[in-house]
Design a protein around this ligand. Structure first.
Ligand code: HEC
Ligand code: HEC
Ligand code: HEC
Length: 180
């Protein structure tokens, strides 16, 4: 209790610096957010370097790029931690950016199949569950229901992760566009 009292006494004594510090923190948040915006669109992520070409085109054709409800899921919704985990989101965005740009400049040939495998191996189900948060509450086939009960109870166990069964939901790879 005395610690809290001391903190409040400190704030009272240094009112102006405290308010300025607080405002600076708020301003910093909005500036970082605004600065990041142009680099967070699917257009930016998907069209800026040739490595992303198949990912972008196959996303546009997938159920998350275009569907009958006119709802679109963006690259960052699936490939980064959500913005509600702000620090996690920022750090992942930074690290992914650095890694991607390193591979772009110094990496060898871009191997879609190898990277795809790596993405699948590390894809957390909670990214999907953030939106698909009522899988058991809707009518569906009994098979899907059983699968989804284990997918929810055993999220991230191999075999019951969302992408183990729904690998192609983010990228429609069966299109003629991608068969050579
Ligand atoms: C619904 C979730 C989802 C969305 C939205 C999504 N992805 Fe993916 N992405 C995945 C999954 C799952 C994989 C691994 C399976 C696969 O490659 O099909 C993947 C694989 C990838 C890969 C590695 C394979 C490759 O094609 O090179 C890249 C790069 C990628 N995504 C980029 C993007 C970009 C860029 C966007 C937006 C234009 C996007 N993703 C949108 C889920 C998603
Ligand atoms: C940002 C929200 C969001 C995220 C994240 C997301 N989805 Fe979706 N998903 C949607 C929307 C919106 C639709 C389209 C609904 C429709 O048109 O029926 C959809 C459609 C689907 C469908 C097709 C449903 C059908 O009726 O054909 C499947 C399967 C699916 N998502 C699985 C996944 C999986 C697996 C992940 C994680 C890799 C994921 N989704 C991530 C929002 C999301
Ligand atoms: C063991 C396999 C399996 C796992 C794991 C799995 N699903 Fe499914 N899912 C199915 C089957 C089977 C269907 C019904 C057939 C279809 O539409 O493809 C289905 C259908 C769906 C649909 C379409 C709506 C419906 O019920 O028909 C969505 C959305 C979906 N799954 C999301 C997810 C999400 C999100 C996860 C991870 C939490 C997940 N699934 C994990 C097998 C699975």
């Amino acid at each position: 209790m005395t610690i809290i009292k001391n903190i409040f006494a400190g704030i009272k004594k240094h009112k102006i610096p405290f308010i300025l510090g607080f405002l600076a923190a708020v301003a910093f948040y909005f500036i970082v957010d605004a600065a990041m915006k142009p680099f967070s669109t699917s257009q930016y992520c998907g069209t800026n370097c040739h490595e992303m070409n198949t990912a972008y085109l196959s996303w546009e054709l997938s159920v998350h790029g275009a569907n009958s409800h006119g709802l679109q899921t963006q690259c960052i919704d699936c490939h980064l931690p959500p913005k509600s985990e702000y620090i996690n989101h920022l750090v992942s965005k930074g690290l992914t950016g650095i890694k991607d740009s390193y591979v772009h400049h110094f990496g060898g040939e871009y191997d879609v199949e190898a990277i795809k495998k790596e993405v699948v191996e590390h894809f957390p189900s909670k990214r999907c569950l953030r939106c698909h948060n009522n899988l058991l509450g809707k009518p569906g086939s009994p098979g899907a229901r059983t699968a989804h009960i284990s997918a929810i109870n055993d999220a991230d166990k191999e075999g019951t992760r969302c992408v183990d069964c729904h690998e192609n939901v983010g990228h429609e790879r069966h299109s003629k566009l991608f068969s050579e």
